[in-house]
Design a protein around this ligand. Structure first.
Ligand code: COA
Ligand code: AMP
Length: 642
């Protein structure tokens, strides 16, 4: 596509004539039917991108590169300190594996529009399964391996997969987590039943297979024939990715094929400043959007080598783990969550581990998933001596909305800001009444419609919820769910969620869902779950619980049961470690629980007493209950406005 000399020009061009801008970007991809029309406006104000185009993501990520002479180039590097394995696949090898896995699926009746749930650890077969679905025009839905059976069951019931693909186990540091019993439990709970379950048996104890339903994926692959790709319409869903909303039911974010491919390809150059052939490492999990966009589709579309890391930033084996991987695989760009850097910094505050590795090839570090506190930013800048780019996006957008566009022009960094709107995004800060606020004023972060390519067109089987959640609050705008402000130079400062979503170690979770689950306990009369500041994880959930009158149960025992309940229903990944019994919860006179006030109180921040509070003394009770347990206190001021 046309190269813009400055960010300002590129951004202005993208908003002045989105059709021309994105058709130009689309021309960088190989389409089976090239789009002539950029987008089609929908009655709800959103756009369907490249409506007359046809393409296939598996072809674009694999076959296309083989045809273009990259057959022998590395496509996927697998580095697994937890299993002691390290190997890579060339583009030709990965294409062949994916074609065979697609053959296995096709033989089981999977075709265009069928859904497949993938519940897998960070092994190459997870990536292959995604690309195999894409090859057939099937819609994958990857469920993060750290989610408990209940969460998996909810997703299975919503996505209604023909096939579920899983593995015998995942590895958390030194512990094997058997996935198959978790999957079996989820299938017991789910109403919908897949026709087939395919299990990748990793070395070691094999999972038990249920005759008639389950099959050994490796064995199936040995018997299967490779199959070709099926071109699909640009608007054909590539995947559903469930993310936490404000209720117990997660939102099934739908991703189209064409818009997503164009946006990711564009971002690899303009945001991440990559060249084909270079090594891109997103240290995330395939179960999150970062994994979808920047472990799998983005780097492969662009002809980079992508790195799949099965391990942690610390403990596998130490705080030098990331630096080893960068040096060993010659990683040009690392993308991770600030929490990973905080974990490293906690164990190795002076960055001594860095001295053992040659990081001269590292060009930049990108951080997203949660707010990047300036301390973490400065530590990474000082120790890595490369640009550290905080950038902001979400599952819904699928690719960065605010970033320092390093591939167009490296702008100066303002700590606390994720920098500027990425070309394609018209970001506005709106007040309660929907009016645009002036620079420096904090409000709702919104995007003026239509959204650029790549962003969600709808929610799976629930267009009404899509409109209600994102479009109806401020007509003509997409509501991101984040609060923040912009300065005079259009730098965007994201201050945190304005809804009941929290970010724990960069993982998005719903406090509303936790409240719903806790409320089901027979001893619980009322409950509020809030996200409080945590120096390692950014936020952790805290439950404040009122027990039912006359329910005689030891307080500590009840708290323990509630903690166990969230672990069992959502998973350890929720890091729900504290449920505190209180006599009552602070409310407005109309009965609304004052969650934000409690959060500010727990974080040790200033809060003004709402004039509508029914009894201010309740806040003192909450304060004392938390102080007695030493829970809370911010690790640094949350608010960054100077
Ligand atoms: N399968 C099973 N269990 C999992 C899991 C998985 N895929 N992922 C996490 N868990 C479990 C962990 O074992 C842990 O369980 P425990 O309570 O029994 O110890 C719990 O969930 C919390 O896990 P985690 O958040 O990974 O905590 P940790 O203490 O092991 O590690 C960090 C802390 C900060 C190092 C880690 O959270 C991290 O690397 N975060 C980066 C996150 C990230 O990349 N996010 C993606 C957005 S870009
Ligand atoms: P997810 O959908 O899981 O990617 O989570 C998206 C949410 O994470 C956003 O809505 C923000 O609340 C938060 N987030 C992601 N990146 C950033 C960032 N760079 N700064 C602040 N918050 C972020």
């Amino acid at each position: 596509m046309k190269k813009y000399s400055t960010y300002a020009r590129a951004h202005a061009a993208s908003l002045a004539d989105p059709a021309a801008f994105w058709l130009d970007a689309a021309s960088d991809l190989h389409w089976h039917r090239a789009p002539k029309q950029a987008y089609e406006l929908q009655p709800d104000g959103t756009a369907r991108w490249f409506p007359d185009g046809e393409l296939n993501l598996s072809y674009l990520c694999l076959d296309r590169h083989v045809e273009a002479g990259r057959a022998a180039q590395t496509a996927l590097i697998y580095d697994s300190p937890v299993s002691g394995q390290k190997y890579s696949y060339t583009y030709a090898e990965l294409r062949d594996e994916v074609a065979v896995m697609a053959g296995v699926l096709q033989a089981r009746g999977v075709g265009v529009g069928d859904t497949v749930v993938i519940y897998m650890p960070m092994i190459p077969q997870a990536v292959m399964a995604m690309l195999a679905c894409a090859r057939l025009g099937a819609i994958h839905s990857v469920v993060f391996g750290g989610f408990a059976p209940h969460e998996l069951a909810i997703r299975i019931d919503d996505a209604r997969p023909k096939v579920v693909i899983s593995a015998n186990y995942g590895i958390e540091v030194h512990t094997r987590i058997a996935y198959k019993p978790l999957l079996d439990a989820a299938l017991q709970e789910a109403t919908h039943q897949p026709e087939h379950v395919l299990i990748w048996q990793r070395e070691g104890e094999a999972a038990e297979l249920q005759a008639g339903r389950d099959a050994d994926l490796a064995q199936c692959m040995r018997q299967a024939k490779p199959v070709g790709y099926v071109p699909v319409a640009s608007n054909h869903p590539l995947y559903i990715l469930y993310t936490s909303g404000t209720t117990g039911k997660p939102k099934g974010i739908v991703r189209d094929s064409g818009g997503y491919a164009v946006a990711l390809h564009y971002s690899m150059q303009s945001v991440y400043n990559m060249q084909p052939g270079e090594v891109f490492w997103a240290a995330s999990d395939v179960g999150w959007v970062v994994g979808h966009s920047y472990i799998v589709y983005g780097p492969l579309l662009y002809g980079c080598a992508t790195l799949l890391y099965e391990g942690k930033p610390v403990k596998t084996p130490d705080a030098g783990a990331f630096w080893r991987v960068i040096a060993e695989h010659k990683v040009e760009t690392l993308f991770t969550a600030p929490t990973a850097i905080r974990a490293i910094k906690k164990e190795d505050p002076d960055g001594k581990e860095l001295a053992h590795y040659d990081l001269s090839g590292l060009r930049a570090l990108y951080l997203a998933g949660e707010r990047c506190d300036p301390n973490t930013l400065h530590w990474a800048q000082e120790h890595l001596q490369v640009p550290v780019v905080d950038h902001w996006w979400q599952t819904e957008s699928g690719w960065p909305m605010v970033a320092n566009p390093m591939g167009i022009e490296a702008l100066y960094v303002k700590p606390g800001s994720a920098s500027v709107p990425v070309p394609g995004y018209d970001i506005r800060i709106l007040g309660e009444d929907g009016h645009a606020l002036i620079a420096g004023q904090e409000g709702f972060v919104a995007v003026k419609l239509p959204l650029p390519p790549g962003c969600l067109p709808t929610l799976w089987n629930d267009h009404t919820r899509f409109i209600e959640s994102y479009l109806s609050t401020f007509p003509g705008y997409y509501l991101t769910g984040d609060g923040g402000y912009m300065d005079e130079e259009n730098y965007v400062y994201i201050m945190g969620r304005v809804d009941d979503v929290i970010n724990v170690s960069g993982h998005r979770l719903s406090t509303g869902e936790m409240e719903g689950l806790l409320a089901e306990h027979p001893a619980v009369a009322e409950v509020a779950v809030i996200g409080i500041a945590d120096s390692l994880r950014g936020q952790v959930p805290l439950g404040l619980v009122v027990a039912k009158d006359g329910y005689h149960m030891d307080a500590l025992q009840l708290e323990k049961e509630l903690v166990a309940l969230i672990r069992e229903k959502i998973g350890a990944v929720a890091v729900f470690k504290n449920a505190v019994l209180v006599k009552r919860l602070p409310k407005t006179r109309s009965g609304k629980i004052l969650r934000k006030t409690m959060r500010l109180l727990a974080d040790g921040q200033h809060y003004s007493l709402p004039s509508t509070i029914d009894d201010p003394a309740i806040l003192t009770e909450i304060h004392d209950a938390l102080a007695a347990r030493k829970i809370g206190q911010a690790f640094e001021p949350h608010h960054l406005i100077p």
